[in-house]
Design a protein around this ligand. Structure first.
Ligand code: 2F8
Ligand code: CA
Length: 254
């Protein structure tokens, strides 16, 4: 009986082992199938179909076209802006050049005005300075030189000053000339005709203030001068080449 029982147990154990093995075999089979299902995905990728490729290419082409279009638009806008900016710059350059020319003209005009004003000022100063050297007496202006020269040169100097050597027509003028206390050339000569004394205006010498003994030079002394100024009769005939101070006279009002 025990033997029978053991046998039954063995049979049952065997049966169970068989079942386990079958199950194990089935699991292994399932696993293999699963492996077989998974394996094709990794080792052999599925190829994209033609429509998908076409669609992708079309999209890429459209995108590229759009990019090119916007790039072209950008370039055109940049070109327009550059052209506009350039023409504006050129206009501003022309305007600035005109402004510069105007300013330069104005500056040159101002410079010319300034030079003219300076010249006028110097001339007025010279006149003023010259006026300071003239003395008014009885309707005339008189200038007494501060250097010496010949009678002829002294006359030239007076003429350059708008005057001539002094002509003495009166006692007052004679006294006036003496008061300077200098040997002075006056506007009297007998160069043309010996002994025929004339004033520089061509009129004959009628009022005479010759110092005693004068004129005594003959043909060697043909020009008149104030010499003995302490005497009312101070005139002397003198060699015209000798160097002396001189006195000019001009009318105060023309
Ligand atoms: O004043 C008298 C006398 O004096 C000089 O002669 C010495 C003058 N001559 C000269 O100065 C050259 C004379 O003209 C004058 O009369
Ligand atoms: Ca003399």
């Amino acid at each position: 009986m025990d033997q029978d029982y053991v046998n039954v147990d063995e049979i049952l154990g065997h049966h169970r082992r068989l079942k386990r093995e079958q199950k194990s075999s089935q699991d292994t089979s399932v696993n293999h199938e699963m492996i077989q299902i998974v394996q094709p995905e990794t080792t052999r990728p599925e190829l994209p179909d033609a429509e998908a490729v076409k669609s992708s290419c079309r999209a890429a082409a459209i995108l590229l076209g759009l990019l090119s279009f916007f790039l072209l638009i950008g370039l055109i806008i940049l070109g327009c802006l550059f052209t506009q900016g350039k023409s504006q710059w050129e206009m501003e350059t022309v305007t600035l050049q005109k402004l510069y020319n105007n300013v330069t003209r104005g500056r040159n005009q101002l410079q010319a005005n300034y030079n003219s004003a300076v010249k006028e000022r110097d001339e007025l100063q010279a006149k003023l300075q010259d006026c300071a050297n003239w003395v008014f007496f009885k309707g005339s202006l008189y200038y007494v030189s501060s250097n010496k020269t010949s009678w002829q040169n002294s006359r030239q100097d007076c003429l350059q000053r708008g005057a001539d050597l002094m002509i003495i027509n009166s006692q007052e003028e004679q006294n006036f000339a003496n008061q300077f206390k200098k040997y002075l050339w006056i506007g009297m000569t007998d160069s043309e005709t010996e002994g025929s004394w004339k004033w520089v205006d061509g009129t004959p010498v009628t009022t005479r203030y010759w110092n005693s003994g004068e004129p005594n030079g003959g043909i060697n002394e043909n020009c008149g001068q104030i010499k003995n100024y302490n005497s009312q009769n101070s005139w002397n005939d003198e060699n015209c080449s000798n160097l002396h101070f001189w006195i000019c006279e001009k009318r105060a009002s023309p």
